[in-house]
Ligand binder design. Sequence first.
Ligand SMILES: Nc1ncnc2c1ncn2[C@@H]1O[C@H](COP(=O)(O)OP(=O)(O)OP(=O)(O)O)[C@@H](O)[C@H]1O
Ligand SMILES: [Mg+2]
Length: 255
Amino acid sequence: MARRRKLYEGKAKVLYEGPEPGTLIQYFKDDATAFNNQKKGVITGKGVLNNRISEFLMTRLSEIGVPTHFMRRLNMREQLVREVEIIPIEIVVRNVAAGSLAERFGLEEGTILPRSIIEYYYKSDELGSPMVTEEHITAFGWAGTQDLDDMVALALRINDFLIGLFLGVGLRLVDFKLEFGRLYNEHDEIQVVVADEISPDNCRLWDIRTNEKMDKDRFRRDLGGVEEAYQEVARRLGVLPEAGPMDLKGPQAMQ
Ligand SMILES: Nc1ncnc2c1ncn2[C@@H]1O[C@H](COP(=O)(O)OP(=O)(O)OP(=O)(O)O)[C@@H](O)[C@H]1O
Ligand SMILES: [Mg+2]
């Protein structure tokens, strides 16, 4: 395949110029980071699995009318997406207390929240992605009130839908992070769409019966069985590559 221009290398993915203007190729790496980049490692096969899991979830979302950047999967580690203007706000939706929420408010992990809670974080590695309020977001111009309304409405719909989808395969959706971007149509109208990825890297998923963690917390907390957890999520969703773990290394990143 022809060499493509690398536009950005992040912690989990590489972005290449796509075949047509307005498109990008997302290459999924096996690299894993946690605690704002302080912990680094490799989860073998993660890139292959997240590529498939995110493809699956984004496709299901577009089927219910949730707009996403996803166009199609190209190969084991790459997918074609629409290039968007990333809104620098991470939306976290929580259904069950875990992680930083449990810590900050002294809640026991696993406490069911009285209702789904949405949090905003400003996307900045240098600042360690601080939590922010609507006031900060609109005052600093990171997103407008219309963008925010759209993002929250989409996030809640996605939450309701994904809770049911994961429940159907025996997983509890504890919390997850979304990124959104702006797409401009030919009339210069703005559409807010889901971007980045939805995978066990940015969802907390617990087995419904055993409460076993099936996501990146296994890496963050050195629980072991990290590769197996990602494989199990893919298997339950019916997207584990046919050849199984044998097939998970996939092609290496092009230089
Ligand atoms: N459709 C898209 N158009 C433009 N940029 C995108 C799109 N989807 C995702 N991105 C951006 O591509 C990058 C994906 O790489 P990766 O997830 O590895 O980043 P990261 O190291 O986690 O950094 P970040 O903190 O920016 O997410 C992110 O910065 C993400 O915001
Ligand atoms: Mg990222």
